[in-house]
Design a protein around this ligand. Structure first.
Ligand code: OFO
Length: 179
């Protein structure tokens, strides 16, 4: 049985993950419109991942006899100042999500909720990876520059990440039992 406080904190986390999914979907659409194919693919995948993060919490709350709530849809922006500004915004949003996960982890100790603490370990690791990935994108943009001539090369760098992620997913799928 989950405490009321923990249930509320996890439902708030659902809201954040859901908003991340919509924000990244809006970013994918903007990238498409601007002709950034690599960026569009990258942001679509990020959006799907965030939906998965939301659903994991959703199912967990139900499993521990709580009530998972569908959040209200907050409209994400539809325009972004530049490719650099867009990736910077993703990085900042991920930092916000990390802070929120850390707050829920702290609450687990207060509430002696070791089941939720255990469940959240996956999120702690995921946030470390996401922040590192976004930092590496910002580093590449710094090296390439973000003037009009650089946009094509930035998008190519993002597509290299897409290819690496796809290759890693194919290896993971091949390693699954029964594959
Ligand atoms: Fe789920 O917030 Fe990022 O990964």
């Amino acid at each position: 049985m989950i405490s009321t406080k923990m249930e509320a904190a996890l439902n708030k986390q659902i809201e954040l993950e859901c908003y991340a999914s919509f924000l990244y979907l809006a970013m994918a659409s903007w990238c498409d419109k601007e002709g950034f194919e690599g960026g569009a693919k990258f942001m679509h995948r990020q959006s799907e991942e965030e939906r998965d993060h939301m659903l994991r919490i959703f199912h967990y709350i139900s499993e521990v006899d709580g009530h998972a709530l569908v959040p209200a849809v907050k409209k994400p922006p539809k325009e972004f100042k530049s490719a650099k500004a867009l990736y910077q915004q993703v990085y900042e949003h991920e930092q916000k999500v990390t802070k929120s996960i850390n707050d829920v982890v702290a609450l687990c100790y207060k509430e002696n909720d070791y089941s939720t603490l255990n469940f959240l370990q996956w999120y702690v690791e995921e946030q470390r990876e996401e922040e590192a990935l976004m930092r590496s994108i910002m580093d590449r943009i710094k090296l390439i520059g973000d003037g009009p001539q650089s946009l094509f090369f930035i998008d190519q760098e993002i597509d290299k990440i897409n290819m690496a992620e796809e290759a890693a997913a194919a290896v993971a799928a091949a390693a699954e039992p029964g594959a």
